[in-house]
Design a protein around this ligand. Structure first.
Ligand code: IFM
Length: 468
């Protein structure tokens, strides 16, 4: 595929163009710790990821977010690139430790100033800012001194205070506010498997964290509503979870368990105001049922205007007698994730766009009335620049397939309002450090040079024409 074909859209397949609805929101996403760097600049306090990344063996080759993409200093250049690449919407997260370095207590005005400048820059460039308040960088102070991070109920209240001050500063210009990004990862990778910060491996604590994250979502949602924000949202990482043999009741029950601890444990309280019975049983089994206080669920179910969906791959589950529980999925003993045929990404993740169509339709059916938006979708591949060009045909194929999947869901009646690619820039991929590249834009970490990959040019044609 020549670069001219990409730029003009002539590289499209022979299939008839697929038009997306008028007003469909297109763009890309990032997160603060993954791109900003400037870890000690302008009064930013440490986060649990600063600490975790320094623990030997936790992150690939000891990488940290200290410098990352240096976005904190280069944000003007990055915003110009967003506009040039035709991104109508930019989803970014705010670093809580910049705004409240101690997690609670005094506001660090210089931290808020940065986001103020970023928002103004975006608006001046014609890019809609979309804020996420928590993308995993909890202030270390809330973890320290026995406070216990999200295992501590007070963290939810502190989160709401931080949401309120941030909305007071930016709410006049930012319309869409997402409370949490992927509470499953924060709770179960952070506190059960220990793959993510704070790196704890205690299942009871993980359930406490899961509930307090959702309580934090609800309390922050109320604070944001009180501040008059236009659009309130929550972003979950969700997947289609299927049984290897739909005729085998053991496989079906096993898939249901994974669906519970990945999807329904967050969807049901947020959108139905209750935990499903099987999830209440898990809270109970792991000694965490007492964490759910009277009155919490109505708070958690504060109505949202948009459900953000981060989708990467589907899950296939098979019952297997004697299999130990998967560390990040408490209660998953006696089952395994079955291999799925077909291509995988550089993360080893299975490429299957049908999982996205099915997920969007399932959400429309089981949780009707909530507009949906794909807030992350994309793939890591081992990209190599050749001069000024980064050819990434696998990523283009991944995006093309998943956009067709979104279109199919729209055609079948799902209320999908937008699609944001993950990610705008290559960045710090958590425990994988800089080893995995998800960006539409290549980052040369030695020089901080940005090179839009072929996928960015291909995607620009989609966003500009609103067709695929
Ligand atoms: O990089 C992450 C992001 O921070 C959250 N969603 C999944 C992405 C890829 O792993």
């Amino acid at each position: 595929m020549s670069i001219e074909q990409l730029v003009t859209g002539a590289a499209r397949t022979a299939a008839p163009p697929l038009a997306f609805p008028a007003g469909f929101r297109w763009g890309a996403a990032t997160a603060a710790y993954q791109i900003e760097g400037a870890a000690t600049e302008d009064g930013r306090g440490p986060s649990i990821w600063d600490t975790f990344a320094r623990r030997p063996g936790r992150v690939h080759e000891g990488h940290t977010g200290d410098v990352a993409c240096d976005h904190y200093r280069r944000y003007r250049e990055d915003v110009a690139l967003l506009a040039e690449l035709g991104m109508g919407t930019y989803r970014f997260s705010i670093a809580w430790p910049r705004v409240k370095p101690g997690g609670t207590g005094p506001v660090n005005v210089r931290g808020l100033d940065f986001y103020d400048r970023l928002v103004d820059e975006l608006l001046a460039a014609g890019v809609e800012p979309m804020v996420t308040l928590y993308h995993w960088d909890l202030p270390q102070a809330l973890e320290d001194g026995g406070r216990g991070g999200w295992a501590d109920r007070d963290t939810a209240a502190h989160f709401a205070e931080y949401a309120a001050v941030t909305a007071a500063r930016l709410g006049d210009r930012v319309g869409t506010w997402t409370t949490l990004n992927e509470p499953w990862c924060a709770a179960f990778l952070g506190y059960a498997s220990g793959d993510h910060a704070p790196g704890r491996t205690d299942v009871r604590t993980a359930f406490r964290a899961a509930h307090h994250l959702m309580l934090g979502h609800g309390l922050a949602g109320q604070a944001l509503r009180a501040a008059g924000v236009r659009e309130l949202s929550l972003t979950l990482n969700l997947a289609r979870v299927s049984s290897a043999d739909p005729a085998d009741p053991h496989d079906v029950a096993a898939a249901r368990r994974i669906d519970g601890v990945l999807n329904r444990i967050f969807l049901d309280p947020a959108l139905r105001g209750e935990y499903p019975a099987d999830m209440l049983a898990l809270f109970d089994r792991f000694g965490a049922a007492d964490v759910i206080a009277d009155g919490d669920l109505p708070v958690i179910a504060t109505p949202i205007d948009l459900l953000g969906i981060n989708y990467y791959q589907p899950v296939l589950v098979r019952a297997q007698i004697g299999a130990p529980a998967l560390p990040a999925y408490p209660g998953s003993e006696g089952l395994v994730f079955a291999p799925q045929p077909g291509p995988v990404t550089g993360m080893g993740w299975h490429v299957d766009p049908t999982g996205l169509t099915d997920l969007l339709l399932r959400l429309s059916r089981d949780y009707p009335g909530v507009p949906l938006m794909v807030t992350e979708n994309g793939a890591a591949y081992p990209d190599e620049p050749a001069g000024d060009r980064v050819a990434d045909p696998d990523r283009i194929a991944y995006l093309d397939g998943h956009l067709r999947a979104v279109h199919e869901a729209l055609s079948a009646g799902a209320d999908v309002r937008g699609y944001l690619a993950w990610s705008f820039l290559d960045n710090f991929e958590w425990a994988f450090g800089y080893d995995k590249r998800f960006g539409l834009v290549y980052i040369d970490y030695e020089t901080q040079r940005r090179i839009p990959k072929d996928s960015a040019l291909w995607y620009r044609n989609v966003t500009r024409t609103n067709t695929l």
